[in-house]
Ligand binder design. Structure first.
Ligand SMILES: *Cc1c(COP(=O)(O)O)cnc(C)c1O
Length: 887
């Protein structure tokens, strides 16, 4: 039966408890441990059964319990305290000129210059992982986006998030009796979640419309308040959309390629329309992965149709103010759409832009001459961005390789794709009791203190005894949780009470516990540790041959146990097979005591695991793990990592804060690689990890192990957290992009128009430039003779004559390019040195000179190049033109 009217019924709270409503509707509670405690205190069972959703809890809690706490002085005092904390937190993050206690953004931006009050950074992502009760994420990408918003809030950045609100969210996982993954898609009940529906001034729902072939699709807007940051989520599940259109925001990464393109149009194009409808005047756009790259099309359309810019001018403005972060190290990870589909859905944009089909499709193609090539969202994002980055140093390198084809004239190390290493939000991933410990010994600012802050040395001063007791408590909590979850899942699977009771036997809270949790994609090699079954069994049960000879055998003395969790993508059969293999190994070998697979990995499970395990294992096939972040969460809780040198771990201090598996080798034969790396893993466990963990002094403390744990925190915590990461995004990309936006749009776009015109002129005359002559000489030699031998510290003078044709010295920079020569006769890791313009001679040649000194010996080469120069460019490589001297 269809209702004739629908309305939202909100819970009635006694007026004394009204602050609870405010607290529940700001996700700040997720990283304020005391607020979370308050909700748990309100009703511990309901807190768990509501999946830690305070809004749902307040809607279902009994009036009796509410009356009870309304008279509980202790509860009320805690409530008032955390409500005041939230108010203070928000007040400190208001962006205005005269601020009482300047936050980080104020100090960086507002106090140093006028005009920056208008800064507004928009962060687009297909998924956001903020808390387990908001299941609109699938894994690392989403959790990173969620942590980005939390740290942006902490730092006071004027940032808004943009995403989609999925009706079904990501699936929850359970296993059948054979260990085969099953998926369940619970429906998200938006009205009982931490969501505000955005409304027009007259109280009606705010809606946006996006044009699709033959119809408009409407979306309403929900807001999640993440501290001081609003995250806006689009929802198409409304009338009068057709049922197909209603399902566009049904499922994260669900549906076929048509649904995918609908989703990405809604995210990118709908997102830009939504921000405008909400009144946000954005000055920098950040695309977290390529899903949102269509946003560039809508921005350009608005400027062309409303402000009468040409396509080239509009592209100049868009590009100046866009930022793109790539997250995949493999071409297969990039979203591609067939050209016909792109033209079918977005052909109207080509018309507005005045571009032919192939010119339009070229925006998403590396090789613009290949008319059959699909349209790549990553290429579109790169071609419309002025700052592009990967998510770890190693991934930056891999990305420069991957996208090198876009800058065929540039040496690899100069391909303008840089890196900003990922991080995690400290207050979200460190266990409560551990946060208390850090608060007490380091002071409360540890959670965003930079690496050069002396507080990090205080980690060493935390008494070992206290440190270890705290960690053992975390391990016990994990054990209790695992047993309870297993019991529940066994019951759900129809096991008898006696059978389900066996869940109480799994794990031993005193045994060395290895954690492994991540998506079950095959490249992550979740079953690498099972490569040699006999050997891993010996390690698990501590059945070493020499000890077996003894008569009083205690097989559990130096035992090891594994806690494993993770979901495979529903269509990833090989990924599901890995889960089943683990379950079969446990069953066939009777390892229930030592290995558990926790079903339905999510943010909540992750937080318990990274706190309660002892070692964090990661075995990806290098360099497939762009960054990885669960290991960072573990490190912040004091866990040493045991990992292949991939992603973030490759740049961490992996000797002092854990153990590297291998030395960063690349292999051609995956089978051989698995053998070598599994052996390295076993060796480390047997020879280093197990002995160090069980080496106790007479107070029962593993001093060496504790020292390693402390190093993990001291050295990793300040680097691999999102406070550092967001500061880096802000100073390296948001601020410059925002400045370029002001610059380009000033005086009704005069500078953008001038720059676009200049680029057109540059392209017209670039190929007429001629490097006519180069003269290289040492001080003691006559001009014109070429030195064959140069000594270290000897000066070399270089002079060149260049005919710039219709261009002038103001349009170009000339650089000497020099560096060591490899065995192929190529300059590697060359360094550009700017040459000085000396004037134009009577042959109309522009003369440039520079003196250099060689400080390194060996075979050195030099070359010379001409690059575009203009104060409006984000970098000389923005235009993509380079002229090299030819031998
Ligand atoms: C942190 C986290 C991830 C990412 O972990 P990786 O190490 O990058 O694979 C995935 N899922 C959840 C629930 C997380 O909390």
């Amino acid at each position: 039966m269809q209702p004739i009217l629908t309305f939202n019924v909100s819970p009635t709270l006694p007026s004394r408890l009204e602050p609870l409503r405010r607290l529940s509707y700001n996700l700040h509670w997720d990283w304020s441990v005391e607020t979370k405690d308050l909700f748990r205190r309100l009703d511990p069972d309901l807190w768990d059964s509501s999946r830690h959703n305070p809004v749902l809890m307040l809607g279902t809690i009994s009036q009796e319990r509410l009356r009870e706490v309304a008279g509980d002085e202790g509860f009320l005092a805690q409530m008032d305290r955390v409500a005041r904390e939230l108010d203070d937190y928000l007040a400190e993050r208001i962006v205005d000129e005269v601020h009482r206690a300047p936050n980080w953004f104020h100090k960086q931006r507002i106090m140093v210059g006028a005009g920056h009050l208008k800064d507004c950074f928009a962060y687009f992502s297909a998924e956001f992982g903020l808390t387990d009760s908001l299941p609109i994420y699938s894994g690392g990408l989403g959790v990173l986006a969620g942590d980005h918003l939390k740290s942006a809030s902490d730092l006071g950045l004027p940032l808004v998030g943009v995403g989609l609100l999925y009706q079904k969210g990501y699936f929850s996982q359970y296993l059948n009796a054979d260990g085969w993954q099953q998926e369940r898609y619970p429906t998200n009940d938006f009205y009982n979640m931490t969501l505000h529906l955005e409304r027009n001034p007259d109280g009606s729902e705010l809606r946006i419309a996006v044009d699709f072939p033959g119809r408009a699709i409407y979306a309403r807007v929900w807001r999640v308040q993440v501290g001081a940051i609003p995250l806006y989520l689009l929802d198409t599940n409304i009338e009068p959309n057709s049922s197909y259109d209603q399902d566009i925001t049904d499922e994260l990464y669900g549906g076929d390629i048509d649904i995918r393109i609908h989703q990405e149009i809604m995210l990118g194009i709908g997102g830009v329309k939504m921000l405008r409808a909400l009144g946000h005047k954005v000055t920098a756009f950040h695309m977290n992965e390529g899903h949102s790259a269509f946003l560039a099309l809508e921005r350009m359309r608005q400027m062309i149709q409303e402000d009468h810019l040409t396509f080239a001018e509009a592209k100049q403005v868009a590009q100046s103010s866009q930022i793109f972060t790539t997250h995949t190290p493999v071409p297969a990870g990039i979203d591609l759409f067939p050209p016909d589909k792109v033209m079918y859905y977005l052909g109207s944009y080509a018309e507005v832009f005045g571009l032919s089909r192939e010119e339009f499709l070229a925006l998403g193609r590396e090789n613009t001459g290949d008319l059959t090539a699909p349209f790549s969202m990553a290429i579109l994002a790169i071609k419309t961005a002025s700052f592009v980055n990967g998510v770890s140093q190693l991934h930056g390198e891999v990305s420069r390789h991957m996208f090198q084809g876009l800058w065929p004239e540039l040496p690899l190390n100069e391909v303008p794709v840089t890196s900003i290493t990922n991080g995690v939000h400290a207050r979200s991933c460190v266990a409560k009791s551990t946060q208390d410990l850090y608060d007490r010994y380091l002071g409360p600012s540890w959670s965003d203190a930079p690496a050069d802050n002396p507080i990090w040395d205080r980690v060493k001063s935390i008494p070992d005894e206290e440190w270890w007791r705290n960690h053992e408590r975390c391990r016990s909590e994990l054990t209790v949780f695992v047993r309870e979850r297993l019991r529940k899942s066994l019951r759900e699977r129809g096991a008898s009470p006696t059978e389900a009771a066996k869940a109480q036997d799994v794990l031993d809270p005193s045994v060395l516990t290895i954690g492994f949790a991540r998506r079950f994609a095959t490249y992550k090699r979740a079953t690498l540790f099972l490569r040699d079954l006999d050997r891993i069994k010996r390690i698990l049960l501590d059945l070493h041959r020499d000890r077996l000879k003894g008569s009083h055998l205690d097989p559990r003395k130096h035992a090891v146990q594994f806690v494993i969790a993770g979901k495979a993508h529903p269509k990833d059969i090989p990924g599901k097979e890995l889960i089943r293999d683990i379950v079969h190994f446990i069953r066939d070998e009777g390892m229930q005591h030592n290995i558990v697979f926790i079903p339905d990995y999510d943010i909540y499970v992750s937080r318990l695991m990274v706190a309660g395990c002892d070692v964090w294992l990661n075995t990806p096939r290098r360099p497939r793990e762009a960054s990885g972040t669960s290991g960072m969460k573990a490190a912040m809780n004091g866990l040493p990592n045991l990992s292949v040198l991939d992603g973030w771990w490759d740049e961490a201090d992996y000797v002092r804060t854990g153990w590297p598996i291998g030395h960063g080798e690349d292999y051609d034969d995956p089978n051989y690689q698995d053998d070598v790396e599994a052996n390295a893993l076993y060796d480390l466990l047997e020879k280093e990890i197990v002995p160090l963990f069980y080496d106790r002094d007479n107070e029962g403390l593993p001093r060496g192990w504790i020292a390693k744990m402390k190093e993990a925190v001291r050295l990793n915590c300040p680097l691999f957290n999102t406070a550092r990461m967001v500061r880096e995004y802000a100073t390296r990309s948001y601020f410059p992009a925002s400045d370029r936006y002001y610059q380009m749009t000033a005086d009704t776009y005069t500078p953008a128009k001038a720059l676009a015109q200049w680029k057109a002129r540059l392209f017209e005359h670039w190929y007429d430039i001629k490097i006519q002559n180069i003269d290289i000489s040492t001080g003691s030699m006559a001009a014109g003779s070429i030195p064959a031998d140069v000594q270290v510290n000897q000066d070399i003078a270089v002079k060149t004559w260049i005919n710039l044709g219709a261009l002038s010295a103001a349009d170009v920079q000339v650089e000497l390019y020099q560096g060591p020569v490899n065995t192929n006769g190529e300059i590697v890791d060359g360094m550009p040195v700017s040459m000085e313009f000396q004037g134009v001679d009577d042959q109309n040649s522009s003369i440039y000179t520079v003196d250099i000194t060689y400080t390194n010996s060996g075979l050195q080469g030099l070359s010379l190049r001409v690059l575009p120069k203009h104060s409006g460019l984000s970098s000389p490589h923005e235009v993509g033109l380079v002229l090299w001297a030819h031998p």
